[in-house]
Design a protein around this ligand. Sequence first.
Ligand code: ADP
Length: 178
Amino acid sequence: MKTSKIAVIEGDITQQQVEAVVNAANSSLLGGGGVDGAIHRAAGSGLLEECQGLKGCQTGDAKITKGYNLPANWVIHTVGPVWKDGTHHEDELLASCYRRSLELAEEYNIRSIAFPAISTGVYGFPAERAARIAVKTVQEFLASHPAIEQVIFVCFSSHSYNCHRAAVEEIIVSRSKP
Ligand code: ADP
């Protein structure tokens, strides 16, 4: 599914031919399971070495490294919120992850970027709610930052894919109809 600059696919983010991939990291930035583990395995040990110099990252913020053995030139590491009950700023922090990642991308003249479904694995954020926040935040950013040409939501399950497709349909497609 592709809507203007936004695409939704089901796949593995480590294989994406984009300038930057986003990593759903933890605050240590020293690797972990899920997408973080997959990115570190595919990038090789140079990534961990560079991450060791970053001194961690706060929830809702993002930091950038090179991509090493990945097809992507850059990895943008962001730390999503752990889902508690929705009353602990989870929505704002998740939106901030997408926004800060895109701000860094723009700063580094990156034109294409792939996101995983941040916080929806071990961190337990409900997939549908997270997808809506992801699509809305990206859409709003792109509207005022034309230098970014392509954003791909790389979903690791059909459920995640369906949530992102539905969010694109609800937030972008239906609202652009006359
Ligand atoms: P978090 O701790 O932020 O929840 P996880 O890595 O546990 O991070 O999960 C985030 C999302 O990334 C989940 O939807 C998970 O299914 C997905 N994921 C795991 N591996 C990959 C991968 N190789 N490519 C894309 N998405 C992935």
